[in-house]
Write a protein that binds this ligand. Structure first.
Ligand code: PLP
Length: 425
């Protein structure tokens, strides 16, 4: 359930009519709903009432300070993958003890800042990283809490570009090798093993791959404990999918996911960390856009809208489906079939092909739904299109939580070398 609904024939975000936001902020603009963010977080937490996990929101899904602060106040921790995300999480008030650091390429600098912030766990993805972390921690006189991300070699049955748990993916350490790596942790003075973690991919719509992976992880934890490692928690990653298309397969509910986890955990006495991203933020945001032109091609109709692949890249990158709806509620009559495309000069700048829609005219507003995760965070300025703003709605009020980048700001990032500049003597 989300809070983007028609009221009196006009789509609202909670109690704010979307045309109001378009008037005041312009289009395209990302709009997030506080009530939806909170609801998704609470439903997820309640699915695990018995095991009371630490829920570390995957910051890469949506890293806006206002979104992170909203979730931090609900009790969320953070899963970060870069120094920038770590700074964002800390700035949003998430304490180090609720932050886990993932990613295959952590630099010494990132490790140093994270060690000084006393984060909960480094999710280590290679032996080389383990050695580097030990050196950085030794230099700072610290002991780094380590979890090995195991690659369970299971097929997540999701899009290839968001599948991370097969042996051919760059992520994690082969589960058969994990034992030896934990033995190595035992030999190093400035790292200690505290957890095992796994994350097999994103937008999963079935429970079986999760279950297969979690069973492997739990067997490994029992084995490691038997060998004397003090494993205090298991980090089961994120990846649970959300419904994007009205007629597509409905992903398992958080409650079913929670029950499965409680079942595979059995009597193992271990704290749990979960890292949902998309599930919390995906359907809590939309991209509000405006129709620029209707163009009738040889055998198809195009709606050219003012949002493009640089603003929301998922369709171009992952062939992702996003529902699109007019802001003015359509009357049930005469739908047309059209392609929704952006102005960018790439044939992949297509949001929807052959989509049944109410007819639109110039300046009509449309929303691209389910854009709250992996939307604004993946935006670029391709075609010299400034980054679009973000707005957060809460009941009947809204605020700009990231302003639109100006063309001056965009151009000011470039500099001329002395030999090209006019004022060179
Ligand atoms: C991306 C990522 C997540 C979040 O994935 P979602 O599909 O958004 O839930 C969690 N953990 C790790 C390590 C990730 O890379």
């Amino acid at each position: 359930m989300d809070h983007f609904q028609y009221k009196d024939g006009v789509m609202h975000a909670e109690d704010v009519a979307l045309p109001r936001i378009a008037d005041e902020v312009g289009t395209p603009v990302y709009v997030y709903s506080t009530a939806t963010l909170k609801r998704h977080f609470r439903v997820f937490r309640e699915a695990f009432a018995r095991i009371n996990p630490l829920i570390c929101f995957a910051v890469k899904a949506n890293s806006n300070q206002a979104v992170l602060t909203t979730l931090a106040r609900e009790g969320a921790g953070a899963d970060v993958v870069s120094l920038g995300e770590l700074m964002r999480a800390l700035k949003a008030g998430i304490p180090g003890e609720r932050i886990v650091f993932s990613g295959v390429g952590k630099t010494d600098e990132e490790m140093e800042v994270a060690l000084n912030a006393n984060i909960k766990q480094f999710s280590v993805e290679s032996e080389a990283e383990l050695e580097a972390l030990n050196s950085v921690a030794a230099r700072l006189g610290k002991i780094a809490p380590v979890s090995i991300r195991v690659n369970p070699d299971v097929d997540a049955m999701t899009h290839a570009k968001i599948s991370t748990g097969k042996s051919e993916n760059k992520f994690g350490i082969a589960w058969q090798k994990a034992d030896a790596v934990y033995a190595r942790i035992g030999e190093l003075a400035n790292v200690k093993a505290v957890a095992v973690n796994v994350h097999i991919g994103s937008q999963l719509t079935k429970l079986e791959p999760f279950k297969e992976a979690f069973i492997r992880v739990i067997a490994l934890v029992r084995d490691l404990r038997a060998k004397g490692h003090d494993i205090t928690h298991i980090d089961l990653g994120g990846g649970l999918g959300i419904p994007y298309a009205p007629d597509a397969e409905v992903p398992p509910a958080p409650s079913a996911y929670g029950e499965m986890i409680q079942e595979v955990m059995g009597d193992i006495d271990c704290d749990i960390i979960l890292e949902p991203g998309r599930l919390i933020a995906g359907n809590a945001g939309i991209l509000l856009s405006k129709t620029i032109y209707e163009k009738r091609g040889e055998n198809r109709t195009f709606y050219i809208i003012d949002a493009a692949m640089n603003d929301l890249t998922r369709p171009a990158m992952y062939d992702a489906y996003h529902a699109i709806a007019p802001v003015n509620e359509p009357q049930a009559n005469d739908p047309v079939v059209a392609d929704f495309v952006g102005p960018v000069c790439e044939s992949s700048d297509v949001f929807a092909k052959d989509r049944k829609t109410a007819p639109l005219k110039r300046d009509d507003l449309v929303v691209i739904k389910s854009a709250g995760a992996y939307g604004a965070v993946m935006a670029s300025t391709y075609n010299s299109r400034p980054l679009v703003p973000e707005v957060l709605v809460d009941g009947d009020r809204f605020a700009v939580i990231r302003k639109r980048q100006s063309l001056e700001d965009l151009l000011a990032l470039d500099a001329l070398p002395s030999w090209l500049s006019d004022d060179e003597d």
